[in-house]
Ligand binder design. Structure first.
Ligand SMILES: [Zn+2]
Length: 432
């Protein structure tokens, strides 16, 4: 079955060009001007922008986080991906520390998750692994298989904390293979000290207990180690402008990259002060008005390699159960479905960021970081026909922003959008 998308403004790395796209059985056969293919179904795309579907390298799905099942499993995430045009995700596997079969546990979890995802989620997945018991030699086959690593410089009580020394040791032992290491940077000592000063009475106290300084100092330490071993490190969910500036500087000396998330660009800490403030608890905390303004400026200056959501949708009941004891509220927000509409509505349409700068942050750059490029994140011959079609004409009426289709709170509940977009639907041959 052939389909021919004609006269759309097609994303071509350097910008948009009016081109035709010929698709055959879900794969792009060619992209050029005035393609003539009489046997193809013609789809007129005049008045549209066509971009690759979104690649989000930071999505929590199907895991137990803090002992709780998330509201999205691979089945509901699949429906969300269909609805909003997600082609690839980076998902996480944290080694269960209660597993006796030390050497086999992470491998077994990986096989199990891969099987589950392969059955219920027809999208590309890159796996980020957090070993808690396994050593380099145990994890090595999985890293050779294409997985990378994720470490945390905080969360001691959860059993996933790693000291800077331990992270340096992993880099040293992996100097030949050099799989990317993702790091959640918040300095645990600073968090401990600040938490002692600021008891957790209200949701807003989270911002004082985990201040920007904790992130900045931890990023600085990790960058020093990355430079020492010339190691590919990716700093996740950067929320502090000063941390982003340190990463910019370090890029001159080591292959370091970073992501930020929509909540650090568009929300500010006042959401934590409302009656339902606990529903916006995430880590790092949502920052001040001043900081998120600066984050947008740094985004304009191309300091970030990717925007990823850190989608972590707790069930409503779990998030609300201890609402008056914020220390017991699980931290994390839903976000996957919201990315494109909130960013286009609030950054592109307001003139803060050109669409040309946003597209690579959501498509080609994360696809490259997950080693899926050019099959994903690119519109060219041989790539998968995972496309998003954005109409130039906005919707006549604003609609709510949907972050997840699971039973979870929506951190974007106060946002609406008029972006008229939908994923391209591939037609398949009927006889097969
Ligand atoms: Zn995360």
């Amino acid at each position: 079955m052939k389909q021919l998308l004609t006269s759309g403004q097609v994303w071509q790395e350097e910008g948009f060009r009016q081109l035709d796209i010929l698709i055959e059985n879900g794969v792009i056969a060619s992209v050029s001007e005035n393609i003539n293919e009489p046997s193809a179904e013609i789809i007129d795309c005049k008045g549209t922008y066509i971009i690759p579907a979104i690649c989000d390298m930071h999505v929590h799905v199907g895991e137990k986080v803090c002992g709780l099942d998330l509201a999205d499993d691979f089945t509901s995430l699949s429906r969300l991906a269909d609805a909003c045009g997600i082609s690839a995700i980076g998902a996480f596997i944290t080694e269960r520390s209660d597993n006796d079969k030390k050497k086999k546990s992470l491998q077994a979890q990986y096989e199990q998750e891969k099987t589950k995802a392969g059955k219920d989620f027809k999208r590309k997945i890159h796996w980020h692994l957090t070993p808690t018991l396994s050593e380099v030699k145990d994890v090595y086959p999985l890293l050779k298989d294409g997985c990378d690593l994720k470490f945390y410089t905080t969360y001691k009580p959860n059993g996933i904390y790693r000291s800077y020394k331990e992270i340096a040791q992993w880099m040293k032992e992996l100097k030949d293979l050099k799989p990317r290491i993702l790091v959640h940077c918040e300095d645990d000592e600073i968090v401990t000290v600040m938490s002692a000063f600021h008891p957790f009475h209200k949701a807003f106290d989270h911002t004082l207990r985990r201040p920007e300084m904790a992130e900045i100092l931890s990023v600085e330490r990790i960058l020093d180690i990355a430079i020492q071993y010339n190691y590919p490190v990716h700093i996740v969910h950067v929320s502090a402008p000063e941390a982003a500036l340190l990463i910019k500087q370090a890029k001159k000396s080591a292959p370091v990259t970073c992501e930020t998330a929509p909540q650090y660009l568009l929300l500010n800490e006042t959401v934590l002060q409302g009656l339902d403030g606990h529903r916006w608890l995430c880590t790092p905390p949502i920052r001040s008005e001043k900081s998120h303004g600066l984050m947008v400026e740094l985004l304009q200056d191309s300091l970030f390699d990717a925007i990823a959501t850190d989608h972590c949708p707790y069930k409503k009941a779990d998030k609300d159960f201890n609402h008056d004891i914020p220390a017991y509220v699980p931290v994390g927000l839903a976000g996957l479905g919201a990315t494109l509409p909130v960013l286009i509505e609030n950054l592109v349409k307001t003139g803060k960021l050109p669409l040309q700068k946003l597209v690579p942050l959501l498509t080609s750059n994360p696809a490259k970081l997950m080693n899926f490029y050019p099959q994903f994140g690119k519109i060219s011959a041989g790539s998968q026909a995972n496309l998003l079609i954005l109409q130039e004409e906005p919707l006549q009426e604003a609609v709510p922003v949907i972050a997840s289709l699971g039973d979870t709170h929506n951190p974007w509940q106060n946002f609406t959008h008029t972006l008229n977009y939908k994923p391209f639907e591939v037609a398949h041959d009927k006889q097969s």
